[in-house]
Design a protein around this ligand. Structure first.
Ligand code: BTN
Length: 331
């Protein structure tokens, strides 16, 4: 993190931690190892970003309110203060797709954990060359730069652990229990709530970077997210408006630990067991559409590369990249 930004985030974190109470410039300086002048500069910068901070004589600074924009990058960085990822967070009011600047920055050497987010995408992208409808109504759209120490053959696991991370964050922050549809759709009662697009730059034997793009239908009305999918929004499930910055930070926190877990010895085996136990596609009758055509069968297992294994009348098939439709449950 750039030094001044780090100071700003640290001051914001202390003010948020104090809740409604004032904290003196001296106390802030002492706990953060800063001069009072440095604290004052950070407070000034935060006010310019839209934070309302009261200066109370002889008491100090009190955070009255955070900016109306719940995607404020300083706020997201503050939520991720103790996480190695999410520094920096870059925000644009609108973008064609968050994947575009994220990939460009990754190509130029951006460090792992950089997040690009926006309120509105004009050309959101989905898997398999599809469009991702990104209405400016409160959706979550972000892309994360990762540099995983994984062989290209295992890269599918990034998408799969991303889906589990979204599932975990939705459960922890909102108490919403979702289903996972292979490979990386998050459903609620069979309706799509989130989609994930992972784009990788690699050469034989080496992954340079992977950009994980996540779209969550947070506060939008139940608009169509992608072609043909029945959709649902988080706010219509909970009846409450979700804080988008908090949700991004929650997902990134889980995702950081999941990716580090994948890289550790035995990591893929553990992820395989975890995903297998959570995946709603397994045991279902499915229609799989891939480059080779369409098959119908029962999804019976996942392989070591994250591929889905389907038993059809003709025999066993496996797919690494395909579109899966859940048909009625077997049995
Ligand atoms: C899918 O289900 O087809 C994947 C959708 C991925 C959408 C996200 S929104 C943030 C990022 N930017 C994009 O243009 N796409 C991904």
């Amino acid at each position: 993190m750039r030094p001044f930004l780090k100071t700003k985030i640290a001051v914001l974190s202390e003010l948020m931690g104090a809740r409604d109470l004032a904290v003196s410039g001296e106390a802030l300086g002492l706990s953060l190892g800063l001069t009072r002048q440095a604290v004052w500069k950070a407070v000034k910068a935060l006010k310019e970003d839209g934070y309302v901070i009261e200066s109370i004589p002889r008491k100090g600074y009190r955070l009255v309110s955070t900016p109306e924009n719940d995607l404020d990058p300083s706020l997201i960085e503050t939520f991720l203060l103790d996480c190695p990822w999410g520094h920096p967070v870059l925000y644009w009011e609108s973008l064609d797709s968050t994947q575009v600047p994220a990939k460009e920055l990754a190509r130029k050497g951006a460090s792992e954990g950089l997040i690009v987010t926006t309120s509105y995408q004009t050309s959101g992208r989905g898997r398999l060359g599809r469009r991702w409808v990104s209405a400016p109504e409160g959706g979550v759209f972000f892309s994360l730069v990762t540099r995983p120490a994984l062989p290209p053959a295992s890269i599918q696991w990034l998408s799969l652990v991303s889906a589990m991370s979204v599932q975990d964050a939705l459960s922890t922050l909102h108490g919403v229990k979702c289903q996972l549809k292979w490979p990386n759709d998050i459903l609620w009662k069979d309706r799509k709530l989130c989609g994930i697009l992972t784009e990788v730059s690699s050469e034989p034997g080496l992954v340079h970077f992977a950009v994980i793009g996540i779209g969550i239908n947070a506060n939008s009305s139940n608009i169509s997210l992608g072609e043909g999918a029945e959709t649902i929004s988080l706010s219509s499930i909970t009846g409450k408006k979700a804080h988008r910055g908090e949700l991004i930070a929650g997902v990134v926190r889980y995702l950081h630990d999941a990716v580090r877990g994948l890289e550790a010895p035995g990591g893929i085996k553990r992820a395989l067991a975890d995903y297998t136990s959570r995946c709603d596609t397994l045991g279902r009758k499915v229609r799989v559409v891939s480059d080779e055509g369409e098959v119908i069968g029962e999804a019976i297992a996942l392989g070591e590369k994250g591929e889905i294994i389907v038993r059809t009348k003709e025999g066993i098939c496996s797919f690494t990249s395909a579109d899966v439709n859940h048909l009625r449950a077997l049995g």
